[in-house]
Design a binder for this molecule. Structure first.
Ligand code: SAM
Length: 230
C-alpha cells in the first residue's frame, strides 16, 4: 500500500470521527494527524492501520481501535492539557501513549512547558516493541515506557494529572486513585455484567472526594496484576 493511500484513509477516518462526535477538538485532530498508527503495528498489517478496529500486536495483545483512543483522550473524558503529567497502564504498541503525548507535549513546543507520559506494560516483549516504535516516530523524549504491574500505578512519578487504563479491571485499583492529583481524572474500563465492561471516568475533586461517571460499554483485554485479575 502506498503512503498517499494511507494518508487518505487517515483523513477519511478523522472526517468520520468528527461527524460522529468522537473527535470534537482541534488538539485531538492534530494528534491523530501527527501520530502514524501504521508505525505501531506489524509491517504485514500496515495496510489496515486506518481501519476502525483493534489489531493484533505481539504476545496475543491488541492495539485499541482508533475511535476508542479518540474517545479516551477527548475533552469529555480526560480533558488533556498541555503540560499534564500522565500515566497510562497498558503500553502495548505505544500508540495511545504517543497520541496523549502529542496533546500534552505537542511536537515543537518548548521543553519547559511540555507534559510527559509514563506508560507501564507487564509484558517485556511489548515494552521493547513500544520503546522501538516511540523512538522511531520521535516520541521517546515525551513518553517513558516502564516494565511492571500497572495495577499498582507508578508511584515513582506520582501524582498524575491524568491516568488512563487500556485494559479492563475487576474494580478500580486503589493505588491509581491514590496517585491521581486533586482535580485530576482517571479513565478505566471496569467489569460490568457478562463479556463487556463499562468505561468509567473518575474525577478527583480538589478536596480529594471522588465522583464517578459511566460513559459506555467497551471490550478490553484484562488488567492482570495485584489489583487486577490473577
Ligand atoms: N495502549 C495500547 C496501544 O496503544 O497499543 C493498547 C493496550 S492493550 C489493549 C492492553 C495492554 O495492557 C496489553 O499490552 C497488556 O499486556 C497490558 N496489561 C495488562 N495488564 C497489565 C498490567 N497489570 N500492567 C501493565 N500492563 C498491563
Amino acid at each position: 500500500m502506498n503512503e498517499r493511500k494511507l494518508q487518505e484513509e487517515k483523513e477519511n477516518l478523522i472526517a468520520h470521527y468528527k461527524m460522529n462526535g468522537y473527535i470534537k477538538s482541534p488538539e485531538v485532530v492534530r494528534a491523530f494527524r501527527m501520530v502514524p498508527r501504521e508505525e505501531f503495528i506489524e509491517k504485514n498489517l500496515k495496510r489496515m492501520a486506518y481501519l476502525d478496529r483493534p489489531l493484533p500486536i505481539l504476545a496475543g495483545q491488541t492495539i485499541s481501535a482508533p475511535h476508542m483512543v479518540a474517545m479516551m483522550v477527548s475533552k469529555d473524558i480526560l480533558n488533556l492539557q498541555v503540560g499534564d503529567k500522565c500515566l497510562e497502564v497498558g503500553a502495548g504498541s505505544g500508540y495511545h501513549a504517543a497520541v496523549i503525548a502529542e496533546i500534552v507535549a505537542p511536537t515543537g513546543t518548548d521543553e519547559k512547558t511540555r507534559g510527559h507520559v509514563y506508560t507501564i506494560e507487564r509484558i517485556k516483549e511489548l515494552v521493547d516493541f513500544a520503546k522501538a516504535n516511540l523512538e522511531r516516530t520521535g516520541y521517546a523524549n515525551r513518553v517513558t515506557v516502564i516494565h511492571g504491574d500497572g495495577s499498582m500505578g507508578y508511584p515513582e512519578k506520582a501524582p498524575y494529572d491524568k491516568i488512563t487504563v487500556a485494559c479492563a479491571a475487576p474494580d478500580i485499583p486503589p493505588p491509581l486513585l491514590k496517585q491521581l492529583k486533586p482535580g485530576g481524572r482517571l479513565v478505566i474500563p471496569v467489569a460490568g455484567g457478562g463479556y463487556f465492561q463499562e468505561l468509567k471516568v473518575i474525577f478527583k475533586r480538589k478536596d480529594g472526594s471522588i465522583k464517578s461517571e459511566t460513559k459506555c460499554g467497551v471490550a478490553f483485554v484484562p488488567l492482570i496484576g495485584k489489583y487486577g485479575y490473577k
